[in-house]
Design a protein around this ligand. Sequence first.
Ligand code: ADP
Length: 293
Amino acid sequence: MSLSIAGLSKTYANGVKALDDVSLDLPVGMFGLLGPNGAGKSTLMRTLATLQEADTGTATLGAIDVLRDKEEVRRTLGYLPQEFGLSPRARAHDLLDTFAILKGITARTERRDLCEALLRKTNLWEHRRKRVGGFSGGMKRRFGIAVALLGDPKLIIVDEPTAGLDPAERSRFHNLLSELGSDAVVLLSTHIVEDVANLCEQVAILDQGRIQLVGTPLELCDQLGPRLFSKTMSMEERRALPESMPVISTWLRYGQHEVRVVADAAPDGFEAAQATLEDVYFAVTAGRWAGVA
Ligand code: ADP
């Protein structure tokens, strides 16, 4: 089972081309989607989640035509949006049970066992009688996973999962997510590049509606490595750098500026740097990937 997207395009009524001929193959496992605000990530995810229409293109999940057989997709889809309206007064167990009914799991015993298994898996069993309105950000996120996992989905779409989570909750959430990828296609969209590097076997960078780059995080870092250089300097030196310097990012570290550039050879005073997926991301979105691979 894999998800194959080919030639997907979408222009909104206001003329914005949110998706421009997007093609991607997502095997079983975790696939990361990165891109700046406005890149088209939500449009892509909402289209795959059958929540909106594309203008042209195809998407197939195994034998399912994702864009046409919407009912069938919904039966095998787990969708975890950034925020989802939970009835704040509902108790966790009752709410999960309701979602299970909506998912078509009508047999009472099956539903009871499933809800218990999911609440245990997401560490919410002891909180099952609490109202979800009182849940912390991390608990809400984990509850979202429980909902997304109802019905044993083969396609799981997760939008910006760790916003607002403290480090412990984030790590717990990551561990849960990494379990999902074992027998489903998981598409994870986030602004946190490091999360994608840690969790995903493959990553795509979307910018201005186009897929700019696809690969494994390691492969992409290896490609960039030989062309990445850095130098730590004062603010004055940073300001004095010529416009032509191919800077991809500047980091403040202990009051100094670490400037990273992509070039054929080290500019004066710069040294070879260890490439991270973040460098890959900045190189692509700064338009400096050309020439790397
Ligand atoms: P991302 O999730 O990467 O931030 P989106 O898919 O939300 O990107 O948006 C892509 C582009 O489409 C943006 O320029 C956005 O303003 C525009 N857009 C998104 N939704 C709509 C809409 N319903 N109507 C018009 N333009 C939209």
